[in-house]
Design a protein around this ligand. Structure first.
Ligand code: SF4
Length: 235
């Protein structure tokens, strides 16, 4: 069997959510069932890039992870696209045998039995600004599939007050899930520099609108890699 892989890179640091700052190798799967208005990974989503996605066996994926990490077991971050479209169970099985840990991020639209073997599942439902509507039944199926996973958390990107209201409602549905919020990044062109003043202003706004207004539950984080590398790919 092979999986469609858009890119494998690292080691770098995880730039978002509960594993922020953790050394990791990224495995980015090609293909997504969503098309968010502000997607920053179109090269792993848009079928125009399909020719650049490489079919790789689980053994070949882990061989590349091993090469990049110098054989040192670390956290492998599986992202996309939506990696839940494909079967990553054999990759996880081979890697965990060697001491690698696996984190996977998905919007929660497709549940897979193999979520149970993950060390970290990041469910990142997309708020209204994405142009998508969350199917919470499907999200709940993902949650149930990950019941035996190491940890499951929720991360939501916030662009405006409507997204914030959505995040509050999502938290009310699933108060048991640690919640991470990050300001959305509208500057997704990898060729254009990121305006750091605007980036920090969006972070300040999000802190004002949450902590500043007495909502103390979520953790508010920047996208660390955007602060360091802008929208550059493969870092
Ligand atoms: Fe892009 Fe993620 Fe939305 Fe898919 S779910 S289109 S990868 S932002």
């Amino acid at each position: 069997m092979t999986l469609r892989i858009a890119e494998i890179f690292g080691p770098t640091v995880q730039g978002e959510g509960i594993l922020i700052g953790e050394p990791t190798v990224f495995v980015r799967a090609g293909g997504c069932d969503y098309r968010c208005a502000w997607c920053d990974s179109l090269h792993a989503v848009d079928s125009a890039y399909r020719d650049t996605w490489v079919p790789m066996t689980p053994e070949a994926i882990m061989a590349e992870v091993r090469r990049l990490s110098g054989g040192q077991p670390l956290t492998v971050s599986i992202s996309g696209g939506n990696p839940a479209i494909q079967d990553f169970a054999p990759v996880i099985a081979i890697g965990q045998e060697e001491g690698y840990r696996f984190a996977l991020e998905t919007q929660g639209s497709i549940a897979q039995d193999w979520f149970a073997g993950l060390d970290t599942l990041v469910l990142s439902p997309k708020p209204p600004s994405s142009g998508h509507r969350t199917d919470w039944l499907k999200f709940d199926r993902c949650l149930a599939a990950a019941e035996r996973a190491g940890q499951t958390v929720m991360k939501i990107v916030i662009f405006d007050k409507t997204d914030l209201a959505y995040a509050r409602a999502a938290h009310d549905r699933h108060p048991q899930l640690p919640l991470f919020l990050q300001p959305g990044n509208p500057e997704v062109d990898p060729q254009s520099p990121v305006d750091l003043d605007q980036t920090t202003a969006r972070l300040r706004w999000l802190i004002d609108e949450t902590v500043g207004k007495g909502w103390l539950t979520p953790r508010i984080l920047p996208q660390l890699h955007v602060l360091i590398w802008g929208n550059q790919r493969g870092v």
